[in-house]
Design a binder for this molecule. Structure first.
Ligand code: SAM
Length: 242
């Protein structure tokens, strides 16, 4: 696992081409995954009562260029407050311009922060979410403990992470695409082939869904569960702070 400083430098470097590449390389499917997560955060199946949902305080850890942050802010209505936190100020420098286009700047605040040492008080948020970020943490268990600490009792954790599909035929296609095509396209567009080699390697190195769900429970959460999305290309984890 690369050091936090190297990860930060890598994301600062690829920030200008991140959104374009993200949507090209996921063929736009990431938008559906984010929508699914937003439903868990804001929807009636979020487990949070109506009053709490209308004035939700959400922390989006490893918010990057803010796609999920903005989706949540849009879906949450005028009462919502979303804090986006990330170690890469380069990635976050793109959030507010996008938020302005979506008309939600007043609902979003940003903070440069490490997900494993969050600069927030205990019990500050109704929801903590993290999309495609935690696999980059050097210490994932420390990240989960921080998510737990900053959540209010009864608060929700919603994590999206890329995963390796289990079906053998899809696994073959996946390996060709992620190991060979992605570093080529990513390298050409971003100018950093190594970053787009790191991406599939980090997905392979991430714990299997049942193992990661166990880590979520070990951090103190209850009702931890996971759901495979799009043939297991992405996995959503949901849990509640008791
Ligand atoms: N959440 C965004 C999205 O859905 O597009 C960005 C995902 S991007 C693949 C991963 C993000 O994790 C990067 O912006 C990176 O800077 C951030 N990151 C990596 N390690 C981190 C850490 N320890 N604390 C906070 N953010 C981190």
């Amino acid at each position: 696992m690369p050091k936090k400083e190297n990860i930060q430098q890598m994301f600062d470097g690829i920030a200008p081409s991140y959104d374009r590449l993200n949507h090209i390389m996921s063929l736009g499917v990431d938008k559906l995954w984010r929508k699914r997560a937003v439903k868990e955060i804001i929807g009636t199946d979020s487990g949070l009562g109506d009053r709490r949902r209308s004035a939700l305080k959400v922390l989006d850890v490893a918010c990057g260029t803010g796609d999920s942050t903005i989706d949540i802010a849009k879906a949450g209505g005028s009462g919502i407050s979303v804090i986006g936190a990330d170690i890469s100020s380069g990635m976050m420098s793109l959030v507010m311009e996008k938020a302005a286009r979506a008309g939600v700047t007043d609902r979003i605040r940003l903070k440069v922060a490490d997900g494993t040492a969050l600069p927030f008080e205990d019990g500050s948020f109704d929801v903590v979410t993290c999309s495609f970020g935690i696999r980059n943490f050097e210490d994932k268990a420390a990240g989960l403990r921080e998510f737990f600490r900053v959540l209010k009792p009864g608060g929700r954790l919603v994590i999206l992470e890329l995963s390796v599909p289990s079906k053998p035929w899809l696994r073959k296609l996946y390996d060709i695409y992620f190991m060979h095509v992605m570093p080529l396209i990513g390298g050409m567009i971003s100018g950093d082939k190594a970053a787009y080699k790191y991406l599939p390697a980090s997905v392979h190195a991430f714990p299997a869904a049942p193992v990661f769900t166990g880590m979520v429970s070990a951090a103190g959460f209850r009702d931890a569960r996971f759901q495979a999305l799009t043939f297991g290309l992405c996995t959503m984890y949901v849990a509640t702070r008791p």
